[in-house]
Ligand binder design. Structure first.
Ligand code: AMP
Length: 304
């Protein structure tokens, strides 16, 4: 199916076979891939723009992956805005979008084989969402095998996902360049996210507290002349978060390595830097964000 004006069309593939046919006809061109769960916003489109700068052809996917949601999570509630998403992808001049018709296209039977994620599944997103990393690694692996991109684009906003995918590609020798793109933010600093739509107006006004707290920790590290402990960095972040009464629950604050997400005891001025990340709840809405400190940025933005 094709959508768009006569000059620029978005090719829509609903099945794996359809996409493979499309891909085969392209030949050996560079293909940039942007996987998404839909409910698109400018953050997603920033990945598309980067892909368009670097690749001959850009393909996106829209699939709300059930295996990365926990039993009590918002799978049914997750926003689905397909018509609008297709319109945005058309405007962004994406060449092709893979939209599996239903879950059976991606999971046709009870699969026996999955991609087993590293130990950091027991921390970060993995604590609240035990199957999250396995679900992400497996679906991205499947999508890579279907789309066969030369380049794939992920947002720094989901930093643990970026590190997981970079490591999967590195450890399992996928011939794909992974590009991590900076988090697109609203003017007050709040990272754009499909879940921001759930925030009530008064919650939205205060939601930038997460960015402010992470920034305070980053500045704390950068201003220190010598080594600072992980505990002190976390305290600084927590101090700012606690100043906002709408923050109902702090799930975690992490100071970790950008290579494997292992928690670091301290950060020195000449060391490997770190990823400071946090997840919290404002009312019923879960928000995540992170900032990179020092040389951690070099490793993250470096293309695998
Ligand atoms: P999702 O649809 O939430 O799975 O996101 C699809 C991709 O868009 C992921 O690589 C996200 O990290 C990325 N993304 C989401 N929000 C942003 C943002 N604010 N800035 C940049 N990339 C983003």
């Amino acid at each position: 199916m094709r959508l768009g004006s006569t000059t620029r069309c978005l090719h829509i593939c609903r099945s794996i076979e359809e996409f493979r046919k499309y891909r085969k006809a392209l030949g050996v061109k560079t293909l940039g891939f942007v996987p998404t769960m839909g409910a698109l916003h400018d953050g997603h489109i920033s990945l598309v723009k980067k892909a368009k700068e670097e690749c001959d052809i850009v393909a996106a996917s829209i699939f709300v992956n059930p295996t990365q949601f926990g039993p009590h999570e918002d799978l049914d509630k997750y926003p689905r805005t397909l018509e609008r998403d297709l319109h945005m992808l058309t405007l962004a001049q994406v060449d092709c979008v893979f939209v599996p018709d239903d879950n059976k296209v991606m999971y046709d039977d009870k699969p026996l084989v999955r991609v087993e994620p590293p130990a950091f599944s027991a921390i970060f997103e993995g604590v609240a969402r035990p199957d999250f990393f396995r679900g992400v690694a497996t679906i991205v692996c499947k999508l890579f095998n279907i789309i066969t991109p030369t380049h794939a684009y992920f947002g720094q906003k989901d930093i643990s996902q970026c590190i997981l995918i970079k490591r999967m590609v590195h450890d399992l020798n996928f011939p794909i360049h992974i590009r991590v793109c900076e988090t697109l933010r609203a003017t007050d600093g709040l990272a754009l996210s499909s879940r921001n739509a759930y925030l009530m107006a008064h919650e939205r006004e205060r939601a930038s507290i997460l960015y402010k707290a992470l920034n305070a920790s980053k500045i704390y590290i950068e201003n220190a002349k010598s080594e600072v402990t992980r505990q002190a960095i976390i305290q600084e972040c927590e101090r700012v978060l606690r100043s906002e009464e709408l923050v109902t629950h702090i799930e975690y604050i992490s100071v970790a390595s950008s290579w494997d997400m292992v928690e670091l005891d301290s950060i020195g001025p000449h060391g490997q830097g770190c990823v400071i990340s946090s997840a919290l709840h404002i009312g019923s809405v879960r928000l995540i964000d992170n900032l990179l400190v020092g040389r951690a940025a070099d490793l993250i933005y470096d293309s695998t």
